[in-house]
Design a binder for this molecule. Sequence first.
Ligand SMILES: [Zn+2]
Length: 132
Amino acid sequence: MKQRSLGGGDWQAHFMRMWVPLSHPIRGYEMRSMQDFQRQIEAIYFEKDSARGLDGTFRWFIEEVGELARAIRTVHPEPSRTGDPARLREEFADCLAWLSTMASICGVELEEAVRKYADGCPKCKRAPCSCE
Ligand SMILES: [Zn+2]
């Protein structure tokens, strides 16, 4: 994944993205995009997570991935019958939040990053993918 440069004007844009959202309402914030989600996660966790640093935050992320793995195991292979859909949903949200906070620490804008898939599969440019 391409990391944004923090030099010159880019740095200023990065700084603005980090701190402007702190004035947004946190409770009941209606998130409509990946960008909204990343701003919200920054408002809630950026100060704490950036102080911890990327390595420590990455370890938390991996722990959360483990929790997702356990939640998936409880619903597989028949999600509607055996599992706990609410717990599964929560674990997906937690993993995405940790991923988002790491992107923020690295200066990666997820809204821009996910455009990689805007035209379908990045390799074959199709949806569904027709790669072998
Ligand atoms: Zn493909």
